[in-house]
Structure formats: structure tokens, C-alpha cells
Design a protein around this ligand. Structure first.
Ligand SMILES: Cc1cc2nc3c(=O)[nH]c(=O)nc-3n(C[C@H](O)[C@H](O)[C@H](O)COP(=O)(O)OP(=O)(O)OC[C@H]3O[C@@H](n4cnc5c(N)ncnc54)[C@H](O)[C@@H]3O)c2cc1C
Length: 396
């Protein structure tokens, strides 16, 4: 049987990991990326066991371990006095329970590991896809630079503003969620005086929360301030942010939070976008993956992890149905949609839960967290972290 050719539109974390899975399974894969360089914006990235399991299967375990930090735990805290609401020990317990580590990364470090693993001749930079059409026996795609390609399968891994999604389902802007993120990185020695622990800390306050954890093998501290805001008026979705606005927004928070903001040189401000779950991802020989089909709020730490799962399952489906691409893509959609939708829904619900105003509801939340029985408990999160997306269920 001839080797199937797969065109991946977009070289973000989702597109790259899908391409690596497909390549290892013997498909002829090419990535088309609009940027002139393979770089990744942003700061920190949490990689839970369901994602690290797949990256390790790709043979990237050693590189990842060198760049990662294993956080000592997840520390949920009250915004003004730092009181512990819940503490789950991640580093050892996660690995023992789910058989794969829980890491945090600098996004750039992780993206580079994926880029280095991909043969460079299979990455086509400065290729902004402008059109794609299923011709029955193959797919054709066109690019702003005037080139055109043919492939047996086309994957739209082109992010939250996906052109491919628009071509398949009609143009529509993703929704501004009413939440913005201020993100930044600080050399760790600059915050040494604050006495921070090595856990991933989440400070919950009214209408906002603040997250920080060490990245880049402990050399840098990543922070994200997530706060509610009525509208997004900047033209770009990713703007330099004002440190004084950030400091003002967290003025009443604990001294550690204020100290982190005070130590930062710069911050970038991101609009947080999402969409309602789509009715379909797969159309004949074309399908979608990652933020192109299931953007989600970052309040479950699963956006990139779910994109990584997509690529693994998609590869397994194409391996099973090499002679029937539409059947493979239908199977992929049926396996992935319920799980990604569940993550989208929980992420959205966490916005309310993290940002409760001080009062009876917040007190009830804190009391429940103290019992260790929330859906952050090891038992409750098992469905998410123990999953191996590279293995098709027997019924499939
Ligand atoms: C504040 C914040 C914190 C987050 N934290 C986490 C976390 O801790 N853990 C986690 O798992 N997730 C996290 N996420 C989510 C995660 O970043 C995304 O879900 C993930 O990056 C999606 O990957 P992707 O490859 O689908 O899309 P993207 O990373 O957006 O990549 C899309 C790629 O496609 C390219 N492209 C776009 N259009 C075209 C075109 N027409 N032609 C060719 N190329 C094109 C783009 O240049 C880009 O390289 C966070 C998100 C935010 C905003």
C-alpha cells in the first residue's frame, strides 16, 4: 500500500506533536507554518501525565526531563493571607499513580524540543494557508506565498483563529471570555528573598487569581495573573501589558504575589478566548486538532495537553484505516470530541470557582477543598491523567 501523505497546517505544540506521531507511524508528513521562524510565544506550560506519557512514547523523555521542573505540589491559596486551601503533592504521587511525570515548562523550551525532533526538511516556514479543498481522492491546499500542495489527508492545527475551521464551518470569531492573562518570566534569583515554595501556586481571589511556578529547570519563575475585564479593545490578542496596571489589580493580595509583580521587568497581556464545542471536526479527508477545534480557558491546564492527545489518537485512527481516510477521521472525531468537550466545560466552570467573591459561596468552596474531595483529588482526576490517547479502545 502506498504511504499516505499528511499535510499539517500549523507548527504549534499540537501540529508538531501530531506530525511526530504520524512520522513515527510511517506516514509521509509535512508541516506548513505561517511564521518565518519556529518560535513559541508565552511563558509557562503545565504538562500533566496524560500528555507527558505521549511525549515520552515519542522518545523525548530525556530532553523533556532536562528542561522541566517537577513541581512539589499544587498549592491552592487564599489571596490575601496565603492560607492553604488545598495542597496536592504532585511530583512523586502523580508519577506513582499515573505512571508518567507531571511537569511544568517554559513554552519555548518545550516547543524547541519538538522542533528539534522533526526533520527540518519536513517543516515549511512562511507558508500561510489560504485555502483547502477536498477533491475526493486527495486534498489540495494553497498558500499566500503562491504555492499549492496535494496530500491524502489535511489537518488544521492552526490555532484559535483557524483558517481551516473557517473553511469547514464558516468564518466566526472566537469569543472573548471576559478574562485576560498577564504573563511574565523572572530570573529566579530576583525573587529569592520572597521565600516562595517550589509548588505550583494558585492564589484565588474575588474576580481574579494568580498562578506562579518555576520553569526552565528552575532558572526562571513563570507568573500569570488572570483577571476579569469587560472588554478587549486592543487590536492584537497578545499585547505588551502595563506592570502598574497589574500591580494595581493585585494590590490587596499577599506580599508574595505583590513581590513577584514588583520583581518583573515586563509582562504580556493575553485575551482569553474560547468557543462553544463544535458540531463536527472531520469533513472527508480534512480534520481539525488542538485550539483550532477546542480552544479552552487555561483553568484546567489542558489546552496543549488535549492537542497532544488529539495527534496521538488521530495517528492511531489513520493506522487502523489506512485505506479509508474519511472513516479514520470520523473515528478520530468520535473518540476525541467527548473528552475535549469535557475539558472545555470544566475549564469554563473553574473560572467561576476560582474567582468567587468573598462570602458564603467562597466559604463553602474553601470548606470543600479542605476535605480533599473536590474534583482536584487524585481519584476524581484519574479519568483525565490516566488516559493513554495513543491506544484505541477495544470497541473502536
Ligand atoms: C494564559 C494561557 C495559559 C495556558 N496554559 C496552559 C497550560 O498550562 N497547559 C496546557 O496544556 N495548555 C495551556 N494553555 C493552552 C495552550 O497554550 C493551547 O491550547 C495550545 O498552545 C494550542 O496548541 P495548538 O498547536 O492547537 O495551537 P497554537 O499553539 O496556537 O499553534 C497554531 C500554529 O498555527 C500557525 N498558523 C495559524 N494560522 C495559520 C495558517 N493560516 N497557515 C499556517 N500556519 C498557521 C500559528 O502560527 C501557530 O504556530 C494556555 C493558554 C493560555 C492563553
Amino acid at each position: 500500500m502506498a504511504q499516505l501523505s499528511v499535510a499539517v497546517i500549523g507548527g504549534g505544540i499540537g501540529g508538531l506533536t501530531a506530525a511526530l506521531h504520524l512520522l513515527r507511524a510511517g506516514f509521509d508528513v509535512q508541516i506548513y507554518e505561517q511564521s518565518r521562524q519556529m518560535t513559541e510565544a508565552g511563558a509557562g506550560l503545565v504538562m500533566s501525565p496524560n500528555a507527558t506519557r505521549l511525549l515520552i512514547k515519542l522518545g523525548l523523555g530525556d530532553e523533556l526531563a532536562k528542561a522541566a521542573v517537577r513541581p512539589a505540589g499544587f498549592h491552592q491559596r487564599r489571596w490575601q493571607d496565603g492560607r492553604t486551601l488545598a495542597f496536592s503533592r504532585t511530583a512523586h504521587e502523580m508519577e506513582t499513580r499515573y505512571g508518567s511525570p507531571h511537569y511544568v515548562f517554559h513554552r519555548g523550551d518545550m516547543h524547541q524540543i519538538l522542533v528539534q525532533a522533526m526533520p527540518p526538511e519536513r517543516i515549511h516556514l512562511a507558508h500561510r494557508c489560504t485555502g483547502a479543498a477536498d477533491r475526493g481522492s486527495h486534498v489540495e491546499a494553497t498558500f499566500a506565498n503562491g504555492t499549492a500542495i496535494k496530500a491524502d489527508v489535511l489537518i488544521g492545527a492552526d490555532g484559535v483563529h483557524s483558517i481551516i475551521r473557517g473553511l469547514l464551518l464558516g468564518a466566526e470569531r472566537p469569543r472573548f471570555t471576559g478574562c485576560v492573562a498577564y504573563r511574565g518570566l523572572i530570573p529566579i534569583e530576583r525573587v529569592a528573598h520572597l521565600g516562595l515554595d517550589t509548588a505550583s501556586n494558585n492564589w484565588m481571589g474575588p474576580g481574579r487569581h494568580f498562578v506562579h511556578y518555576p520553569v526552565s529547570a528552575g532558572r526562571m519563575l513563570n507568573f500569570v495573573g488572570l483577571l476579569e475585564q469587560d472588554s478587549w479593545i486592543e487590536e492584537s490578542w497578545n499585547e505588551p501589558g502595563s506592570l502598574s496596571d497589574l500591580a494595581e489589580a493585585y494590590a490587596g493580595f499577599h506580599a508574595q504575589v505583590r513581590g513577584i509583580i514588583g520583581a518583573a521587568d515586563q509582562t504580556f497581556k493575553w485575551a482569553l478566548l474560547d468557543r462553544d464545542p463544535l458540531p463536527r471536526w472531520s469533513f472527508g479527508r480534512i480534520t481539525l486538532l488542538g485550539d483550532a477545534c477546542h480552544p479552552m480557558l487555561p483553568f484546567l491546564g489542558q489546552g496543549a495537553a488535549q492537542a497532544i492527545e488529539d495527534g496521538a489518537t488521530l495517528t492511531a485512527c489513520l493506522e487502523k484505516h489506512r485505506d479509508d481516510v474519511p472513516a479514520a477521521l470520523e473515528l478520530y472525531q468520535s473518540l476525541r470530541m467527548p473528552r475535549a468537550t469535557r475539558c472545555q466545560t470544566i475549564s469554563r466552570n473553574n473560572l467561576t470557582r476560582f474567582h468567587l467573591p468573598d462570602g458564603p459561596e467562597q466559604e463553602a468552596r474553601d470548606a470543600k477543598m479542605a476535605t480533599g474531595t473536590t474534583d482536584w483529588s487524585y481519584e476524581a482526576i484519574g479519568w483525565l491523567y490516566s488516559h493513554d490517547a495513543s491506544v484505541l479502545p477495544a470497541a473502536a
